[in-house]
Structure formats: structure tokens, C-alpha cells
Ligand binder design. Structure first.
Ligand code: ANZ
Length: 805
């Protein structure tokens, strides 16, 4: 076959973008029940800046798997949309003095053009935009279903307030005491707000994590956030009073070591417990605490345990001793009962507190029956100095102590969660209006179905002012009275944008259905999402909220009850850095994708995004690296020109099979950078062959097409095919006679295997390990590759690193 023209990426990419769109190549027939594969990206919020090379990485990865699964015969659904409500659009709109709607529409246009430039195989016919009334009508519906089941409620409480954005924030949106969006230190305010009762499903949300294929890191973050603690409530009655104080402890075995009770300064009994003599000091202490920000309280050095004595005592439930009651701000008001039993000998914070304020330190746990411990000793052990329980181990003692407390009605077993309800109301303009209407007495009712969508009013300046800008809309006020009667008014807060994104993956299945939010049968066929790609920053935000909503819908029969989890597999994409820092406009280190596409083509950029390093770790952008991928494509173009219509030699076939074996493994393990490295080696091999078979090259092209869809499609057509290469099947894996696996061992223990030809030198084998260590063992293995580690190598069989512990 003769091709004379050079590789002209702009012409090729333009042609195929248009063809794919015209032929609707990636439109999915959702009614086809078999082999459904739902491949999803976390959808972007359309910012003014458009996409940079960091954004590309995740989209290229998910597109790789969408295309790969199609080649595996799956009916792949790969949709895209826009998380268009929210602060970024609103703030940008304020800055540029345009309406957020206009700003958003413009940004979506740019994003859409950029995404299609990438050659991502999205089914654009299913696009959704969360700020469209056709979408938020159903977000409002969702709110009302939660309201109906008493899982959405309005209540007064101390909430997080961002002074800059002038709105409340959910706990999940406060990162180290600062606003997740703008970094301003968050303060507290008492406000009447709407909540979704996520705590009602704490146990299911915690337990459900066991069944999903998610990175351990994310599961751990989410488990810690939900914070399940098993322990007991213990009741201490207050001396000479009708009050009692309940504490939660995870260590009932330490009960005999209690030398004080410590209440948070905000505890409701503080004023009742403070004696006259102590009053002045307590008042002074409370004032001091009130002037501290949450950050001060959280960041107080370990040794700074400020506290004050109330003057009152409680009775120990088992020994009847008098226990002094103190206040200290290291005890949090909103966790458990807001009071702790202080055991200085066995708890770090209690120890510091006791040292500072000269309280007795009483050891009741010993590490073993014979040894003594440095205090505080926080581990479990053998009980001492605890009459009736001495000699028992911690577990048994806890069990017995809780049983005895229960019998005496002085305590009970208890499991608590750190998770708080999700605060969903916002005092901002650019969000879905909360579909609630109040009667003249202030009682809340659901907005009637026929009045949905409850449209955002247009007659407002959307500048924040502490209350929702919608409250200033005359039209909104009149609309409520017209529909419901004089004195009626709509809720004027809007919904957190995380509500919009908590259910969007259902809506993709029926984006234009005006009669229902989603089709239950389609949901049954397509959910859970098979492969979900996005950043780790959503571990305790979006990923938690979406799980809550999915569980809610399943529990109340809106979707099939078998779909308890929305995302069966999750992949966290590593960030792309420039000069060691995350790309951002403020740091002026953003690499624009557009220019690179223009210069090298989208295929080159796609390849480099994958080649830059393991997909789940951060990677440093190297402008030179792009060139290497481009040269690879030029070589591919050339080799394709010289191939012939002949049978491939046995050796060529075998070499291809080895390549196919290794990349198949790597694809399963999401090691796409090494897939490309293998492809480069194989192309180099073909390049050195006197003759290359067209059939073999075609198979090679199929394996490359998920990475380089444009050039592969073009060459495919040039080879005489009139169907898209995406409709082909992945080449068949043959049993290769001399295909081998080499076992990588540490101290003779097998760690993982790598595919080899079997004749590699020791150096080549080390290089293979370096290129593709399994993520979980990576640091360990890379250390072992240093020259001074002793190792034993048996060609084609194993490599054993000998490590002295
Ligand atoms: C006595 C004790 C002895 C405790 C001991 C620990 C070790 P997690 O695991 O995070 O749930 N605690 C309870 N309520 C608190 C609050 N409102 N603010 C600060 N601390 C609080 O932690 C539970 C433990 O944290 C509880 O168990 C309690 O201290 C403390 F050797 O009780 B422990």
C-alpha cells in the first residue's frame, strides 16, 4: 500500500470529528439491555478559563476505557454534561458584570468545543446542564421526595458561615477550618437552615463501602468522615442535684481511672452546674472561648489545655467517689454528648489536661500482667486497680463493665457516628430554588408539582448580601401570592450545587423526559456506574452525597432496591503539576491544551496525558515530552505506508501476542503509561522488520485506537475499511507457547508477576519493574532497585530481593 502524503494531524482530526458527529458514532442505544457498560467522568463546572492539560488527563483516561470496552463488545454509555450552578459561575459573572446564565452558556460553549476537539467519544445527545429548568425541575422534585419522607427538614442551629461568599457551608465544605471554595476562615452563625438527614443512613453508608471497588484511600477517608465509633454511654449523677451527665466513651475498661468529667463550654448544663464561687472564673473562661475561632480551637498545641472548674462534683457510677466537673474547649460541643469522662492515665488529651491542672492520674490498664507502662498508656491490656474486674483483658472488662452499668441503669452500649446532616440551603442566587412555600403563619409546604420548575426570578441583582438575593425579587414574592394566596411566600434560599450533582448520573439516561426524573427500567439496566473517573477531592463531598441519594432512592422504591451503591468502580486521577505546583491561573502555570492541539494534534496530547506517569499519582508536565509522542505517531504513519498484504511471519505474530498479553494485563490494572511504553517497543520492532503484514498492523491499530482515535481511524480507512475502527473487536489473545511470567519476590515471597519474553538480562528486568510497579508496592519496589540491594535473578523465572529487616 502506498501513501504519499505526510501525517497532517489537523486535517485528519477535523475530518473525523465531523464524521463522528454526522454519523452519531458514539450515540448509545440505551434500550439495548445486553452488555451495558456505563463509563462516567465527574462532570465539570464550566469556568471562564476553559480546559487545561490537567483537566484533560481524567477525560482521556475515561475515554480510553469507553473505547476499550466497546472493542470488548460492550454497549458503552459515555455521557457528558455540566455542573453549571454554583459559586464559580456566580462569582465570575459578578466580576464580569454579566448574568450568570449568560456567563455559563458562554463557558459551556467553550468547554463543548474543547471536549470535542479531544476526540472523546461522548454521547452528546444525552447532555445535561444542571442550571437548565428542565434539569432543576427534577432536582426540586428530589428535594420534595426527601421532604415527604421527613429526610429534608429546616431547623435552627449553629452553622458554618463564609464571610466572603456570604453563605452557609456544609461541614464537608469546610476544609481545615476554611471555605472549600475561597479559603476564607469560616465562622459560626446561628441560622434556620435546611438539612438532608444523611445521619439517618450513617450505618448503611459506612457498611456499603465494603462492597465497592474504590481506591482504599478514598474508602478510608469516607469511613473516617462517617466516623463510626463503638462504645458506651455512661451516666454520672451530679452531687446534690437532679441532673446527670452522660458521656460517650470508646473505652469503658478505663472507667476506674476517671479523675474528672470534662464538659464542652457550650454544654447546656454549664450554667446549672457552676457554683457561685466559681462563677466569675467560668464567665471569664467562656468569654475567652467565644473569641476563639474554630481554627484556634483546633490548632491549639497539644499541651495548651485551657480549662476551668465548675465547683460541682458528680458521683462515679461504680465507685461512688466524687469526681470534679470541669469545662474545657478540647471537648467538642457537637460530638457525642459533648462531655467526656477524663482518664488521664490512658488518653493523650486527658493526660495533658490533668498535668496542666494538677488532677490525679490513676493507672488502671497495664500493657501485660507483668510489665509497667509509661503514661499515658493508650493501648489495651490487663485491668488493674479496678475492683471486681482486675486481671481481665480490656475487651472482657469493657463487656462486663457495660453489662453491669446496664443492669444498674447507669449506662448502655452505644455506637455513634461523626457524620453530621448535610446542610443544603445557600444564601446565593445561582442555584435551584428550594421548592417550599410558607403560609402566613410560617408553616412550610411542598410547592405543588404543577408549579415546578419553580423558576429562578430574573429581576434581581445577584450580589450576595447575607440573605438570599432572591428575597429581593418583587416578581418572586408576587408569584407566591398569586399561586397560593395573600401572605404566602416562597423559601428564598437556593440548593447547594452538590444536590444537583448527587443524582445527575440517573438523569443522563433520560435527559429530555419531561414526565419523570429518570426511567426506572433504564436505571436498573445501567446502574451502578461501571467505571467512574474523577479527583480525590470529592472523597467526602460528592461521593458521599451521591451515595446517600442513591440509597434514599433505593430504600423508598424510586429505583430498584438492588442498586444501593451508585458507582461500583472508582478511579482517582492524579493531578498534573507544573513546576511542582497544581496548575492554576493564580500561579500562572497553566498549560493550555488548545495551543498544543493546534501544534501537535489531539492524538499526541492524549498520548502524552497517559504517558506522563501512573494515572493515579501526581505528574509533572514536561513540555518536551509531547514531542516524543508526536514522533511516535509519525513513525506509525510511516510504518503503515510500508506494510504489505502478506501473512505475518510466526515470529512477528508471536511478538504481537507478547505485546498483547502484557498490555491486556496493564489495562486491567489501569497502568496506561506502561501500555504506551509497550506500544513504543512494539512499533520499534516493526520498524526494524524487512516486511510488515497489513493484517498485523491492523490489529496493532485496534489496540492503539483507544489512545489515538483519530490517526487510527484514518489509517483504518486508508486500509480500505468503511466502518469505524471502534466497531471492531479487540484482537484475540492466543496461547503463546513461550510467553512467560516472571515472579518478583521479596525475601522469597511472591509480590507480583510481570510478563516477559524469557531472555531478558537482569538490567532489562529491573527496567521492567521500574516501568510498571503495582501502585500498592511501588515505593517499596523502587527502593529495592537501588544498586546495593542484594538480589538473585533467574532468567525468565524470578527475581528475588533480599532485604534484612
Ligand atoms: C474515656 C476514654 C479513655 C476515652 C481512654 C478514650 C481513651 P472517637 O473514637 O473519635 O469516637 N470524646 C467523647 N466525646 C467527645 C467530645 N464531645 N469531644 C472530645 N472528645 C470526646 O473518640 C471517642 C473518645 O473521645 C471517647 O472515649 C472520649 O474519650 C472522647 F483511655 O472516653 B474516651
Amino acid at each position: 500500500m502506498v501513501m504519499i502524503e505526510p501525517y497532517d494531524h489537523s486535517e485528519i482530526e477535523k475530518k473525523w470529528r465531523e464524521n463522528w458527529q454526522k454519523d452519531q458514532t458514539y450515540t448509545t442505544d440505551l434500550t439495548k439491555n445486553e452488555k451495558a457498560f456505563y463509563c462516567l467522568d465527574m462532570f465539570p463546572y464550566p469556568s471562564g478559563e476553559g480546559l487545561h492539560v490537567g483537566h484533560w488527563r481524567g477525560y482521556v483516561m475515561s475515554d480510553f476505557y469507553a473505547r476499550y470496552q466497546r472493542l470488548q463488545g460492550k454497549n458503552v454509555f459515555h455521557p457528558m454534561g455540566f455542573d453549571a450552578f454554583g459559586l464559580p459561575a456566580e462569582n465570575a459573572a459578578i466580576k464580569s458584570e454579566t448574568h450568570p446564565k449568560e456567563f455559563t452558556q458562554r463557558a459551556i460553549k467553550t468547554f463543548t468545543a474543547q471536549l470535542s476537539q479531544m476526540g472523546a467519544s461522548y454521547d452528546w445527545s444525552k447532555k445535561i446542564v444542571t442550571s437548565d429548568p428542565e434539569y432543576y425541575r427534577w432536582t426540586q422534585w428530589l428535594f420534595l421526595q426527601l421532604f415527604k419522607h421527613s429526610l429534608a427538614e429546616k431547623r435552627k442551629s449553629l452553622v458554618n458561615w463564609c464571610p466572603k461568599d456570604q453563605t452557609v457551608l456544609a461541614n464537608e465544605q469546610v476544609i481545615d477550618g476554611c471555605c472549600e471554595r475561597c479559603g476564607t476562615v469560616v465562622t459560626k452563625k446561628e441560622l434556620d437552615q435546611w438539612y438532608f438527614k444523611t445521619t439517618a443512613m450513617a450505618e448503611e453508608l459506612y457498611g456499603g463501602l465494603d462492597g465497592v471497588k474504590w481506591p482504599e484511600r478514598v474508602k478510608t477517608l469516607q469511613r473516617n468522615w462517617i466516623g463510626k465509633s463503638k462504645g458506651a454511654n455512661v451516666k454520672f449523677s451530679v452531687v446534690n442535684s437532679r441532673f446527670s451527665i452522660e458521656v460517650f466513651t470508646t473505652r469503658p475498661d478505663t472507667l476506674f481511672g476517671v479523675t474528672a468529667l470534662v464538659l464542652s463550654p457550650e454544654h447546656p448544663l454549664v450554667s446549672k452546674l457552676t457554683t457561685q464561687e466559681s462563677n466569675e472564673k467560668v464567665e471569664e473562661y467562656l468569654e475567652g472561648v467565644a473569641s476563639k475561632t474554630n481554627i484556634d480551637r483546633m490548632q491549639a498545641k497539644e499541651t495548651e489545655k485551657t480549662a476551668v472548674f465548675t465547683g460541682t462534683y458528680a458521683t462515679h457510677p461504680l465507685t461512688n467517689e466524687n469526681i470534679p466537673i470541669w469545662l474545657a474547649d478540647y471537648v467538642l460541643a457537637d460530638y457525642a454528648s459533648g462531655a467526656v469522662m477524663c482518664v488521664p492515665a490512658h488518653d493523650e488529651r486527658d493526660y495533658q489536661f490533668a498535668k496542666t491542672h494538677n488532677l490525679p492520674i490513676k493507672q488502671v490498664i497495664s500493657p501485660t500482667a507483668v510489665s509497667d507502662a509509661n503514661l499515658p498508656y493508650i493501648g489495651q491490656g490487663i485491668i488493674i486497680s479496678s475492683k471486681g474486674y482486675n486481671g481481665l483483658n480490656s475487651n472482657k472488662a469493657s463487656e462486663n463493665i457495660v453489662a453491669d452499668l446496664t443492669n444498674a441503669a447507669k449506662g448502655e452500649q452505644k455506637t455513634i457516628y461523626r457524620l453530621r446532616d448535610w446542610l443544603v440551603s445557600r444564601q446565593r442566587y445561582w442555584g435551584a430554588p428550594i421548592p417550599i412555600v410558607y403560609d402566613p403563619d410560617g408553616k412550610a409546604y411542598a410547592v405543588k408539582d404543577e408549579h415546578l420548575p419553580l423558576l429562578l426570578p430574573d429581576d434581581v441583582d445577584f450580589l450576595p448580601g447575607g440573605e438570599s438575593p432572591i428575597a429581593r425579587s418583587k416578581e418572586y414574592a408576587m408569584r407566591a401570592e398569586k399561586l397560593y394566596g395573600v401572605g404566602w411566600r416562597f423559601e428564598t434560599d437556593t440548593l447547594d450545587t452538590f444536590v444537583d450533582s448527587s443524582w445527575y448520573f440517573f438523569r443522563y439516561l433520560s435527559p429530555t423526559d419531561s414526565s419523570q426524573p429518570f426511567d426506572k427500567d433504564l436505571v436498573k439496566n445501567w446502574l451502578p456506574v461501571d467505571f467512574y473517573v474523577g479527583g480525590i477531592e470529592h472523597a467526602t463531598l460528592h461521593l458521599l452525597y451521591a451515595r446517600f441519594i442513591c440509597r434514599f432512592l433505593a430504600k423508598f422504591g424510586y429505583i430498584d432496591s438492588s442498586i444501593a451503591e451508585p458507582f461500583s468502580q472508582l478511579f482517582n486521577i492524579g493531578m498534573v503539576n507544573m513546576h511542582g505546583a497544581k496548575m492554576s491561573k493564580s500561579k500562572d502555570n497553566v498549560v493550555s491544551a488548545d495551543q498544543l492541539v493546534e501544534h501537535y494534534g489531539a492524538d499526541t496530547l492524549r498520548g502524552y496525558e497517559l504517558f506522563i506517569g501512573p494515572m493515579d499519582v501526581e505528574a509533572e508536565w514536561n513540555p518536551q515530552g509531547v514531542n516524543g509522542i508526536h514522533r511516535f505517531l509519525i513513525k506509525l504513519w510511516k510504518v503503515s505506508q510500508s506494510c504489505q498484504d502478506i501473512e505475518a511471519s510466526d515470529e512477528n505474530n508471536q511478538e504481537f501476542q507478547r505485546y498483547l498479553h502484557s498490555i491486556s494485563q496493564m489495562i486491567n490494572q489501569h497502568r496506561l503509561n506502561t501500555v504506551l511504553a509497550q506500544a513504543m517497543t512494539f512499533l520499534q520492532y516493526l520498524h526494524t522488520q524487512p516486511k510488515v503484514s497489513k493484517k498485523l498492523l491492523e490489529n496493532f491499530l485496534i489496540t492503539l485506537s483507544p489512545i489515538f482515535p483519530f490517526i487510527c481511524e484514518e489509517l483504518w480507512q486508508k486500509f480500505g475499511h468503511d466502518q469505524s475502527i471502534g466497531q471492531e473487536s479487540w484482537p484475540e489473545l492466543a496461547e503463546v507457547a513461550n510467553y512467560l511470567e516472571l515472579s518478583v519476590r521479596i525475601n522469597n515471597k511472591h509480590v507480583y508477576s510481570i510478563p516477559v519474553r524469557g531472555d531478558e538480562s537482569e538490567e532489562e528486568t529491573l527496567e521492567l519493574i521500574k516501568q510498571s510497579p503495582p501502585p500498592s508496592q511501588k515505593d517499596k519496589l523502587l527502593k529495592l532497585l537501588e544498586p546495593n540491594t542484594r538480589r538473585v535473578y533467574k532468567t525468565g523465572s524470578f527475581i528475588n530481593f533480599v532485604v534484612h529487616s
